[in-house]
Design a binder for this molecule. Structure first.
Ligand SMILES: Cc1cc2nc3c(=O)[nH]c(=O)nc-3n(C[C@H](O)[C@H](O)[C@H](O)COP(=O)(O)OP(=O)(O)OC[C@H]3O[C@@H](n4cnc5c(N)ncnc54)[C@H](O)[C@@H]3O)c2cc1C
Length: 248
């Protein structure tokens, strides 16, 4: 029986397995899907998880619960040898092993880029998985609690200043959701005001959201500015060391 190996159980890998379960006749092929995470993350919902309008568990889909005919392996593929048609599977605990395949589908997704910008790898939070979305939300909530105990000044300003790097669709979406969350939180913190919160988005290009028309992108910039969220175009992040943002 032909063996199909799917590397990665994110959106593309999960749906490949699901469609194969529906399309293949019994005994037509053996399908294995390997991912270190036990669930598929629906990334378009991550900004809403940050804002709290969607529960984290509603943005993920359990592999084992929904893929009943696929051989689900919770581990990493650490090597692929196309010449011998074998792949190495490495689990979090225990020894690695090799599997052979006839067809391989590589859908291992992407990672947030940190570039060689000092401080980014240590200080920044990416937005590719559910844990990162929850971490951003936690950071905002915790910073509000800390700031509420401080007098006005640089330390309080620092806690209430949030920066997003990247003005693509995902960056703008999470920026808007973070701003909304902060505005909604203010009612619970009588000693903090709208003017105490600061939101900045840094974008290297001369526009945001290349996926939409220029007119729409300009409207978004204006709308965010009215909501107290500033976008810095043609600006690059040069350092984030110690949580201090430097732009060039
Ligand atoms: C915040 C945000 C908002 C978005 N909004 C939209 C939107 O509104 N509309 C839209 O069309 N798209 C949107 N996208 C993009 C869309 O989510 C991605 O294009 C899509 O998730 C890509 O699917 P994928 O399967 O290629 O990768 P992923 O969904 O990232 O999945 C990759 C999987 O591979 C696994 N993996 C990684 N390395 C290995 C390995 N060595 N071995 C085994 N498994 C591995 C990972 O654990 C992960 O589960 C958004 C993305 C983000 C981040």
């Amino acid at each position: 029986m032909p063996k199909i190996l799917i590397v990665g159980g994110g959106y593309a890998g999960f749906y490949t397995a699901l469609k194969l379960e529906r399309a293949l006749r019994p005994g037509e092929a053996e399908v294995t899907m390997v991912d270190p995470l036990p669930y598929m993350t629906y990334q378009p919902f991550l900004p809403e998880v940050v804002a709290g309008s969607i529960e984290p568990r509603h943005a993920v889909v359990s592999h084992r619960r929904h893929l009943v005919k696929t051989n689900v392996v919770t581990a990493k593929v650490t090597n692929i040898n196309h010449a011998t048609k074998t792949a190495t599977i490495t689990p979090a605990v225990g020894e690695a092993w090799d599997v052979d395949y006839d067809i391989i589908v590589v859908t291992a997704g992407s990672v947030s880029r940190t570039f060689p910008i000092p401080g980014v790898a240590d200080e920044a939070i990416g937005l590719k998985n559910i844990e990162e979305a929850v971490e951003i939300r936690d950071r905002i909530l915790t910073n509000f609690d800390k700031a509420a105990n401080l007098p006005a000044g640089p330390e309080r300003d620092r806690l209430l200043t949030f920066t997003v790097v990247g003005g693509g669709f995902a960056g703008i979406e999470v920026f808007g959701e973070m701003r909304s969350l902060a505005s909604a939180l203010l009612r619970y913190y009588p000693n903090l005001t709208f003017d105490d919160t600061h939101f900045h988005l840094i974008e290297a290009m001369g526009r945001i959201m290349p996926e939409v028309s220029l007119k729409t992108s300009l409207w978004v910039i204006k709308n965010l500015a009215q909501r107290g969220a500033e976008i810095h175009l043609e600006t690059q992040l040069s350092s984030a060391v110690g949580g201090k943002i430097e732009m060039s």
